[in-house]
Design a binder for this molecule. Structure first.
Ligand SMILES: Nc1ncnc2c1ncn2[C@@H]1O[C@H](COP(=O)(O)OP(=O)(O)OP(=O)(O)O)[C@@H](O)[C@H]1O
Ligand SMILES: [Mg+2]
Length: 356
């Protein structure tokens, strides 16, 4: 290829710099053809200005003209490691009218250049690799949680079980005046126990083999958080229609709704309202948790379901991510509609057959 975008000077340098040695009489032409077919982008720059770009480089960078362009204009540095080793880095670019892509660059100095002013830049589209890497990191994080969570839950649940049993025995023998207090303690302990079941459950499968009652666990999830809502001055209203038995795990459902209500309460100031509704119709199970709290800005909304994304000083950023995953794995969708200052609505829609 010689379309004016390639200087013969650079092409001759390339033959030596890239080790592509010509065997025909027209060595430069053979080298040029080899570089034209290269699956990676290749740039050669002298004193920070591009002198050669192969066709793949134009395609990857989404630019028709590269020769004569300053390196810096592309957001590329010209530094190589002090040791002379090639420098490697990644850059996300968005060519006009095309989706963003992740490019991986290797910059090396040209061996034959006595002044050390020539740079060879080899680069490839590593978008797929970047996606795989993100997914790998996410799975590693999940694996870490999965590994430690059961032992933490075990350590907490056991003493709670022991305390609950002790209180139950004490109630029978206690004078009437103390009984009311003990009942109150027992209620809190049972709520705590339900919540802990939920912590482990939200990472489990939402669908199950047997038909289960689904309205009750939703109401329970809200009831457990009623005291918290009251203490914050927020009205927590739960309107759950009676539903047929569905093949959904009640503990997972309780955990999902519990997480959504916790989030809604955390975002809602005194005087505000959190409304939980659920119904089943037309073969679709629907749950909605709506608050009129502070809402999310577009950046928060975009990342709300990312694992470990949190805007709370003591948040873990796990809740919404696991809820969304559980619903999606079950074949449903979790949608969030949120506006700063107006509030947030989280909708779960899950197509599921009923026996009725
Ligand atoms: N109802 C809501 N209103 C406003 N922001 C919300 C709401 N629900 C979630 N968010 C935002 O989404 C982020 C992620 O929520 P998520 O439940 O995953 O984690 P978290 O609540 O921060 O921590 P945790 O893992 O303890 O639940 C929150 O930190 C918050 O910024
Ligand atoms: Mg949360």
């Amino acid at each position: 290829m010689d379309d004016g975008r390639t200087s013969s000077l650079a092409r001759t340098d390339l033959a030596s710099a890239t080790g592509v040695r010509a065997v025909s009489s027209d060595g430069a032409a053979v080298t040029g053809r080899a570089l034209d077919c290269l699956a990676a982008g290749l740039l050669v720059a002298r004193r920070g200005v591009i002198e050669y770009a192969n066709p793949r480089a134009h395609a990857l960078l989404g630019r028709a003209l590269l020769v004569g362009t300053a390196f810096a204009e592309l957001g590329l540095g010209t530094d190589v490691a002090a040791s002379g080793e090639p420098a490697r880095f990644e850059l996300e670019i968005q060519p006009a009218g095309q989706p963003p892509r992740q490019l991986g660059f290797t910059i090396s100095s040209c061996g034959d250049d006595p002044h050390g002013e020539t740079r060879l830049v080899l680069f490839q589209d590593i978008s797929q690799l970047a996606t795989l890497r993100t997914e790998r990191d996410r799975l590693l994080q999940l694996a870490a949680i999965n590994a430690v969570l059961p032992s933490i839950l075990h350590e907490i649940r056991n003493p709670i079980g022991a305390i609950t049993t002790t209180i139950e025995v004490m109630i029978e023998e206690a004078p009437a005046a103390t009984q009311a207090d003990l009942h109150a303690i027992l209620t809190v302990l049972r709520q705590l126990s339900l919540t802990l079941q939920g912590v482990g459950a939200v990472g489990r499968e939402l669908r199950c083999d047997r038909p289960c009652v689904v309205d009750l666990p939703i109401e329970e999830a809200a009831r457990v958080l009623e005291a918290k809502a009251r203490s914050r001055g927020v009205a927590l209203v739960c309107r759950v229609e009676s539903m047929p038995l569905l093949q959904l795990d009640p503990a997972v459902l309780r955990a999902i709704v519990g997480n959504l209500v916790e989030n809604a309460l955390a975002a809602t100031a005194a005087g505000g309202r959190v409304l939980v509704t659920a119904h089943y119709g037309g073969g679709v199970f629907r749950v909605r948790v709506r608050d009129n709290g502070r809402g999310m800005d577009p950046q928060t909304l975009a990342h709300a379901t990312d694992l470990f994304f949190t805007t709370k000083p003591l948040g873990s950023g796990i809740g919404l991510s696991l809820c969304a995953r559980a619903v999606q794995t079950a074949g449903g969708q979790l949608r969030i509609d949120s506006h700063v200052g107006l509030g947030t609505t989280v909708d779960i829609e899950l197509p599921i057959a009923s026996d009725r």
